[in-house]
Write a protein that binds this ligand. Structure first.
Ligand SMILES: Nc1ncnc2c1ncn2[C@@H]1O[C@H](COP(=O)(O)OP(=O)(O)O)[C@@H](O)[C@H]1O
Ligand SMILES: [Mg+2]
Length: 325
């Protein structure tokens, strides 16, 4: 759905050149939720503004839904932009317009038939759960409600792609979760492809299928959340999974950290280990959490007995990550 190839973007500021993007390549598949995470200044907004054609790349290619947007003449560019919805951190609503009038705005621009507008607005309001706020003004809404209006407005022209620039960064954790759930719901119901950028790991944890880490204008890590979590040295794995302190209870035992996900997280792995090998297991620390669709567990244990190595091998053969501490 979105293909970015070797994208570079420089800004000139007085006599200085700032490299905001330095050769970014990524592919967002149709129907997925793709997250780009990075610190402030990493180039996230620049990337999204280039994809949305609000910013002209210095070099590189961007293809959205089969159309190379980097080489479109102005009239076609406007049309292509309507296929891309966008939501923002500060909502960018028009304060003098009601909720319904804000959502009507993009419909007016594309000359959506007047007689059908009311129905379309009602449909969009119901999609984001704001039916009863049609005539309210933005100042009368909570942050979460404002973002729902932003989402309804972004979806008015039936885009295939929704771009989100820190859309939950101004919201409290509970409201963030409800907005992320709405986005996941829209992704499923409408088949909407979502590219979201964020500096919050929690957003990545809650809804992304795949993620890229952007640092100083370059992607330094990219993959599905599942893949990255099983790589102990990945930044995503280190950021999403708890880091246990090294603790030793018994100096004779072997101390290991076991990470399990998917099916293995739901199996009584340790019980079967104790039953099948002549060992003792002492749990030192543990954590079980939901990351995207998966439950991911991490355990620090001390194992002692004659068959420790065979037991560890057994765990590895089950597909668990086992690290000796
Ligand atoms: N319009 C601009 N003019 C000059 N420099 C800019 C402009 N927009 C962004 N930059 C610079 O480009 C870099 C990346 O910025 P940005 O894309 O906003 O990062 P992020 O969204 O990850 O915080 C920063 O160093 C920023 O100062
Ligand atoms: Mg930004």
């Amino acid at each position: 759905m979105i293909e970015v190839i070797d994208l570079k973007k420089n800004y000139s500021l007085k006599d200085q050149i700032i490299t905001a993007l330095d050769g970014v390549t990524l592919t967002v598949e149709a129907g997925e939720i793709f997250g780009v995470v990075g610190l402030s200044g990493a180039g996230k907004s620049t990337l999204i503004r280039c994809i949305n054609m609000l910013e002209k790349p210095t070099s590189g290619t961007i293809v959205v839904n089969g159309q190379e947007v980097t080489s479109l003449p102005p009239a076609e560019l406007r049309k292509a932009r309507q296929r891309i919805g966008m939501i923002f951190q500060h909502f960018n609503l028009l304060s003098s317009r009601t909720v319904a009038q804000n959502i009507a705005f993009p419909l007016e621009i594309v000359n959506y038939p007047k007689e059908k507008r009311k129905d379309r607005i009602a449909e969009l309001l119901s999609l984001v759960g704001l039916m009863e706020k049609a005539n309210a003004y933005p100042s009368q809404l909570s942050g979460g409600q404002k973002q729902r209006v932003g989402i309804a407005r972004a979806l008015a022209s039936e885009p295939e792609v929704l771009l989100s620039d820190e859309a939950t960064s101004a919201l409290d954790p509970q409201t963030t979760t409800s907005i992320l759930e709405l986005l996941r719901d829209l992704n499923r119901r409408l088949g909407l492809t979502i590219l979201l950028i964020t500096h919050e790991m929690n957003v990545i944890r809650q809804i992304c299928d795949r993620v890229a880490v952007l640092q100083d204008g370059r992607i330094i890590e990219q993959g599905t959340i599942d893949e990255l979590i099983t790589r102990p040295d990945s930044l995503i794995s280190r950021a999403l999974l708890p880091q246990f302190e090294k603790q030793t209870i018994s100096s004779e035992a072997t101390s290991v950290t076991i990470t399990f996900m998917g099916e293995a997280a739901d199996q009584p792995v340790l019980a079967s280990l104790v039953r099948n090998y002549d060992i003792d297991v002492n749990i030192i620390a543990g954590n079980l959490q939901k990351i995207g669709k998966n439950r991911v567990g991490k355990l620090q244990v001390e194992i002692s007995g004659k068959q420790v190595n065979a037991a560890l091998l057994h765990l590895m053969n089950l597909g668990l990550r086992v690290e000796k501490n």
